[in-house]
Design a protein around this ligand. Structure first.
Ligand SMILES: Cc1cc2nc3c(=O)[nH]c(=O)nc-3n(C[C@H](O)[C@H](O)[C@H](O)COP(=O)(O)OP(=O)(O)OC[C@H]3O[C@@H](n4cnc5c(N)ncnc54)[C@H](O)[C@@H]3O)c2cc1C
Length: 440
């Protein structure tokens, strides 16, 4: 790199991608060098993960390739393992290569969040999260393979019945939008598959359990719409347990705090997120929740040349009457903060002053399966088909790049014309098994 300032962006998710795009737009080619580091070669449009899991959208179409989109940036596929900002050097572990150290002038921390887990016996062994495209594909195959397992267990002896019940029981822990959308979309797909293609299976014999520690679900769409969603899930036959915790899940035996216990083959953990633990391997200031302490201008508080935004950052919410309030973890904030962040860095590089980020959370939309949804946006409450339609049009307008918009639209159109594809590609989990058997 030459004498131009080097901007290092840690993470190529919402914040990383949009900050880099904004910098590509605002800066001319010779003004700065930009490097983006992410362990994945793509940004994941997380709001589409439930639809990818349910087969309405092709999984490849909900990710945006970084190298193709960020043509004027250097993209490194690898993990940042530590940052020494005092020396302005980051330790990077590239994908299957030797660790390297990267010098930079300006740091953008955009490493997002990870699942917030609890020390529940069995969770690490049998649970799975719902944050990545790999998890979405796995869950789709898992649910459909459980239907295959249940359909092949035909005996009526107590042991076979118990095995069938276990295969057909699905537990989701955590009632935010990731958990509710994943639960509702997968249940909708499994019910459809049961009715259409599994003649020996009764859709009513599936058991879908939602466990939520608080007294409400889907806080993102407000109290009334959250209550509607809970009623809707119960009406669809789901077992919604509010004010309930999971005490144990060793070997798939779930023990709830309300005294109930049952066996279950599929357990999905969606009980919130916490800031990426990478932050603890930096010399940057963190708040009590482990988030990067940022100013409203998206600068790391009290530190020159360091910026942050998104799920990993505590950014003051200037629209709140509470002076301590910070922006919640959402794509809505992440995208807007990233654009502001790109503008601010360009401003500062040209000797200007950064502007404060201010955005009032406008509410949210959630899909609850094909043609079903719930929304509260700008105080307007919608349910059923109108909410679902709004969900689709909103996300169509938001998914990055024209290329992805066209592909997602094509997926929806094909699913509408030819019905959705319900096929388990379980082999994806063990692709070498058959060859290894043959080679023995
Ligand atoms: C299923 C689901 C549905 C959602 N639906 C909505 C919705 O409808 N509306 C909404 O507003 N929000 C939604 N969200 C939340 C939204 O997706 C997040 O708030 C948003 O992704 C945060 O953006 P970010 O850039 O901070 O983090 P991310 O987009 O997660 O990006 C972080 C990036 O950092 C990378 N990274 C991690 N560790 C390292 C490392 N060591 N070195 C380098 N890179 C690293 C990751 O690979 C990732 O690419 C949803 C989330 C999920 C999981």
């Amino acid at each position: 790199m030459g004498n131009r300032p080097h901007i290092l962006i840690v993470g190529g998710g919402y914040v990383g991608l949009y900050t880099a795009l904004q910098l590509q737009k605002r800066l001319s080619r010779g003004e700065a060098d930009i490097t983006v580091v992410d362990p994945q070669a793509h940004m994941t449009y997380q709001p589409f993960l439930p639809e990818a899991a349910a087969g309405s959208v092709e999984p490849r179409h909900v990710v945006v390739p970084l190298r193709r989109t960020l043509k004027h940036c250097r993209v490194i596929t690898g993990s940042v393992t530590a940052v020494d900002h005092a020396r302005k050097v980051a330790s990077v572990l590239p994908f299957e290569a030797h660790p390297e150290r990267i010098d930079y002038d300006i740091l953008v921390m955009a490493a997002g969040s990870v699942a917030r887990t609890l020390p529940i016996p069995g969770l690490a062994e049998v649970g799975i999260g719902f944050k990545t495209i790999g998890e979405a594909i796995y869950l789709r195959n898992r649910v459909l393979s459980r239907l295959d397992v249940a359909a092949s267990l035909s005996g009526e002896d107590p042991e076979t019945q118990a095995q069938r019940r276990r295969a057909l029981t699905f537990t989701f822990i955590g009632g935010g939008y990731a958990g509710i959308e994943a639960l509702a979309e997968l249940e909708d797909m499994a019910r459809y598959a049961c009715r259409r293609y599994y003649r020996t299976l009764d859709a009513g014999s599936m058991r879908w359990v939602l466990v939520e520690a608080t007294g409400r679900i889907l806080p993102e769409v407000g109290v009334a719409m959250g209550a509607y969603t809970a009623r809707e899930l119960v009406r669809r036959g789901m077992d919604v347990r509010l004010n309930t915790k999971v005490n144990s899940m060793v070997g798939g035996h779930v023990v709830l705090s309300d005294g109930d216990e049952y066996d279950c083959d599929t357990i999905v953990w969606t009980a919130g997120v916490k800031a990426n633990p990478l932050l603890t391997h930096t010399d940057l200031p963190l708040d009590s929740k482990g988030r990067l302490e940022c100013t409203a201008e998206l600068q790391v508080r009290g530190v020159a040349d360091a910026w942050g935004a998104g799920d990993c950052a505590a950014v003051p919410d200037l629209t709140s009457s509470d002076p301590e309030a910070t922006c919640g973890p959402s794509a809505q904030h992440a995208v807007r903060q990233a654009r502001q962040l790109g503008d601010n860095i360009a401003q500062v590089l040209r000797g200007g002053r950064p502007s404060a980020y201010r955005h009032k959370y406008v509410g949210s939309v959630a899909s609850l399966g094909l043609y079903k949804g719930v929304a509260e946006v700008y105080g307007v409450k919608l349910t059923g088909f109108p909410a679902w339609f709004m969900h689709r049009t909103y996300h169509m307008s938001r998914v990055p790049t024209f290329n992805r918009k066209v592909r997602v639209l094509a997926d929806w159109t094909l699913a509408f014309l030819f019905r959705r594809d319900v096929i388990s590609l379980g082999q994806l989990q063990h692709p070498r098994e058959e060859f290894q058997e043959a080679a023995r």
